[in-house]
Design a protein around this ligand. Sequence first.
Ligand SMILES: O=C(O)c1[nH]c(=O)[nH]c(=O)c1I
Length: 308
Amino acid sequence: ISIETTIFNKKFSNCLMNASGVKCMTIEELSNLKNSESGTWITKSCTLSPREGNPSPRYVDLKLGSINSMGLPNLGFEFYLDYVLTEHEMGNDNLFFSIAGLTLENNIKMLTQIENSDFQGLVELNLSCPNIPGKPQTGYDFERTEEVLKKVFSFYTKPLGVKLPPYFDMVHFEMIAEIINKYPIQFVTCINSIGNALYIEDESVVIKPKSGFGGLGGAYVKPTALANVRMFYKLLRKNISIIGCGGVETGRDVFEHILCGASMVQVGTQLMKDDVKIFSKLSSDLKEIMKSKNYTSLSDFKGKLKEL
Ligand SMILES: O=C(O)c1[nH]c(=O)[nH]c(=O)c1I
């Protein structure tokens, strides 16, 4: 039974990886992911300069998921470019490099350096960070998204995908899909956290930034994540891969993301809770499910969600 997968021209030994932002900011965390059972891994979204991020507490595990308002803490673009180039020199070209510039200019600066570097992996352009005070999520502004993609693809020729926020309206799915279909995008990762949720314990919020408002992850978001994976699988052109993210706790959840059309599945909240052992658990769970259904590869059921 194989759970290997392909994105663009890259083959991965299994279809599991971390969600950007989770246990992937420092060298220690990144080497922990490298030595795990995941098929590949992705760096923390970075900005041109290093950032402290928001004041703590800024992440809390919840019974049904998690809430976070990290505020884009990261060691800065140069650090992560150096990291992925070192991996490239060791022969690893299957890495994902996440960027989240605070301005279009900064995204262009970072992508120009990547374009002119020896990096041969995949870039995930984050259009959906919900936790920068005063900064809207680009993915909810269709004109802005079009402007960004137009500018990026006026010079960028390496493989690139976008990390999208969750959408909740059929017309919005159609509008963002129409924009994405115009550009040489290799993959779409959906979803990012459901932004600006509020969790209360006794009489208080549980995170400090933004009066307790933060992005929701985990079981809370799985139905929305599956809907976004399914809609983009149906609406985007066939050579755009879907990377599913949201609510993955068990092999069953991975199975459902693939049933909706995902070629790769990212794990966020559950990786925060269980650390990297989650990857071996998910891959054996998924193989068990496939065995019970006589599936031998992802293509036996990918995108084959039954309708009534
Ligand atoms: O607060 C964050 O750092 C963060 N948190 C999220 O839930 N999604 C994101 O894309 C980001 I950049």
